[in-house]
Design a protein around this ligand. Structure first.
Ligand code: IMP
Ligand code: MG
Length: 181
């Protein structure tokens, strides 16, 4: 990545590299594979942030599965969620009696996932589990049982590998912190 451009001056430090993500994904996919190989799971990606993680995770899982996406938006400021979530795009897949794995980019307060979890449970899946690439240490306001976690990180705002600030930086290959603005 050519980081000479003006916008890249907003980046502070790469806290997780492409190689580290790749290595962790390999470990994570082996665990998920063992848990789901005979379950024909539906992987539910939460747009937009999870789209890159989802596509890498899928290709690391050589099992029978199906894929769907939801798009949600949380009311609140750019860097804080309120827990009030609006569904912008719902699933096309019927979830009843299916084993569901929700794939999320990052968990901060946990309010977005808590809402999604409640919403999806109403559809009576056979099981519902969560896989999050990143979880911010000590920030969760709700008790969420996140079964698969890529990395625990310090509670600061990060971008890259699908995560954005104002729709920027999703295409960075690693995870970066931002300078104070
Ligand atoms: P929560 O509801 O507070 O857990 O926030 C979760 C959502 O806020 C995620 O799905 C992200 O879209 C967004 N978010 C939270 N923290 C960050 C961050 O550090 N970088 C980019 N997006 C974030
Ligand atoms: Mg986002």
């Amino acid at each position: 990545m050519n980081t000479n451009n003006e916008i890249f001056k907003l980046l502070e430090k790469e806290i997780i590299t492409e190689d580290q993500i790749r290595a962790r994904l390999k470990e994570l996919s082996e665990v998920i594979r063992n848990d789901f190989y005979d379950k024909d799971p539906v992987l539910v990606g939460v747009l937009k942030g999870a789209f890159i993680f989802m596509s890498d995770l899928l290709r690391a899982l050589d099992i029978n599965l199906s894929v769907d996406f939801m798009a949600v938006s949380s009311y609140g400021s750019a860097t804080r969620t309120s827990g009030v979530v609006r569904i912008l795009k719902d699933l096309d897949t019927e979830l009843s009696n299916r084993h569901v794995l929700v794939v999320e980019d990052i968990v901060d307060s946990g309010l977005t996932l808590a809402y999604l979890r409640r919403n999806l449970l109403v559809r009576k899946p056979a099981s519902l589990n969560i896989c999050a690439l990143l979880v911010k240490e000590g920030q969760q306001k709700v008790d969420l049982d996140i079964r698969y976690v890529g990395f625990m990180i310090k509670p600061c705002f990060v971008v890259g590998y699908g995560l954005d600030v104002d729709e920027r930086f999703r295409n960075l290959r690693g995870i970066w912190t931002l300078k104070e603005r």
